[in-house]
Write a protein that binds this ligand. Structure first.
Ligand SMILES: O=C(O)CCC(=O)C(=O)O
Ligand SMILES: [Fe+2]
Length: 355
């Protein structure tokens, strides 16, 4: 069946109620037929749901544990220490964002989490990090806390492991789209991948839907690899019946969800599915998404087999970097509304959290 037909069938079908689990044990199989079959499973999940779990993903638990421990240590620093790394002081959204300073759902009043954001960097930092130098519209060095000394190494360790996993997923997505497996290889040379470590305080008492852990949104890149803390239900995914479906942590898995860049590459054949998180568990929750997109200078041009006379082009063509930057501005920029101060003012301005 053609991609367009499959998308139309999915759009006419019942709303999804389950998120599929895909086993990656054969992702490196030397047999192309085995990899193709795996690509077929990915295709169904991407066209019908836009969310999946992966098991046998190959990232050792110990790497995740280290990143989690380091994140807990970082978030327990005094607020003024964390604010030294305020995301609005850096070029292109690197660093710390305090509770209620980001807002993923424009209808909401701020997200009830704090986070720390960083992009590509070699573990042994290099002055001439070629990948970082190619960030174009998204260029800007990472910033790191001096008061949490092991933080950089621990979270970057997980970043690199997750980027390596993402590099194995791109060929599967290509197969899912009936494209050559290496279709995305020349579009993902720079690892335009952003990681966020997130801390959601428990949301107790009556819950105002306008202030939740992270408001309803879609992600901006091609796909997200999300680690969520075990045993705490918070993440929910919206189906077309407008029902929120729980996406609980499943031991030994990571969540993979599609973002807007893939929706644009595929003219919405792949679904960038709306999701949110609410931490009503009564305890703190941590999660770590890695957002992996095509290189920032690459144009998000629709794949021809996803466009047809009965499925005309839905999006204008923009570069990946311009798209991500606009969305990040909308997410973090509300602290400066109604009019954004000039860049120089931003550097020195003290932070006021919106009432
Ligand atoms: O914390 C989660 O489970 C979801 C986070 C998320 O959706 C995001 O950061 O885009
Ligand atoms: Fe998200």
């Amino acid at each position: 069946m053609s991609l367009v037909q499959a998308a139309h069938e999915a759009e006419a079908a019942e709303a999804f109620e389950h998120i599929p689990i895909i086993d990656l044990k054969d992702v490196d199989s030397p047999d192309p037929e085995v990899r193709k079959a795996l690509g077929g499973q990915v295709r169904d999940a991407c066209i019908n749901v836009g969310f999946l779990y992966v098991k046998n993903h190959g990232i050792p638990e110990v790497i995740i544990d280290k990143a989690l421990a380091a994140s807990k240590e970082f978030f327990s620093l005094p607020l003024e220490k964390k604010m030294e790394l305020d995301i609005t002081k850096s070029a292109n959204f690197k660093g710390y964002n305090p509770i209620l300073s980001s807002n993923n759902d424009p209808g909401n009043g701020g997200d009830l989490h704090e986070g720390f954001e960083f992009g590509w960097e070699e573990l042994a930092a290099r002055a001439n990090d070629e990948k970082r130098a190619n960030d174009g519209a998204m260029a800007g060095a990472n910033v790191w806390p001096v008061d949490a000394p092991g933080f950089r190494e621990s979270v970057l360790g997980y970043y690199h492991a997750a980027v390596n996993l993402g590099r194995k997923l791109f060929p599967l997505f290509a197969l899912a789209l009936d494209l050559p497996e290496d279709f995305f290889a020349d579009k993902t040379k720079n690892a335009a991948a952003i990681m966020r470590v997130l801390h959601y305080p428990p949301q107790t008492g009556p819950v105002d839907d306008r202030v939740i852990g992270i408001g309803a949104h879609t992600d901006f890149e091609c796909f997200t690899i999300l680690w969520q803390e075990p045993d705490i239900q918070a993440l929910q995914v919206l189906n077309k019946q407008k029902q929120w479906i729980d996406a609980p942590p499943i031991p030994g898995t990571l969540v993979v969800n599609l973002g807007d860049q893939f929706a644009r590459w595929t003219n919405d054949v792949f679904k960038s599915t709306v999701h949110r998180a609410i931490n009503r568990s009564g305890v703190r929750r941590y999660s770590i998404p890695l957002f992996f997109g095509t290189d920032y200078d690459v144009k998000l041009e629709p794949i021809p087999s996803c466009v047809s006379p009965d499925r005309p082009l839905k999006y204008e063509v923009v570069t990946a970097g311009d798209y991500v930057k606009e969305r990040l501005k909308a997410t973090y920029g509300h602290r400066y509304l109604p009019s954004e101060p000039p860049e120089s003012d931003r550097m020195v301005r003290s932070v006021t959290i919106r009432e």
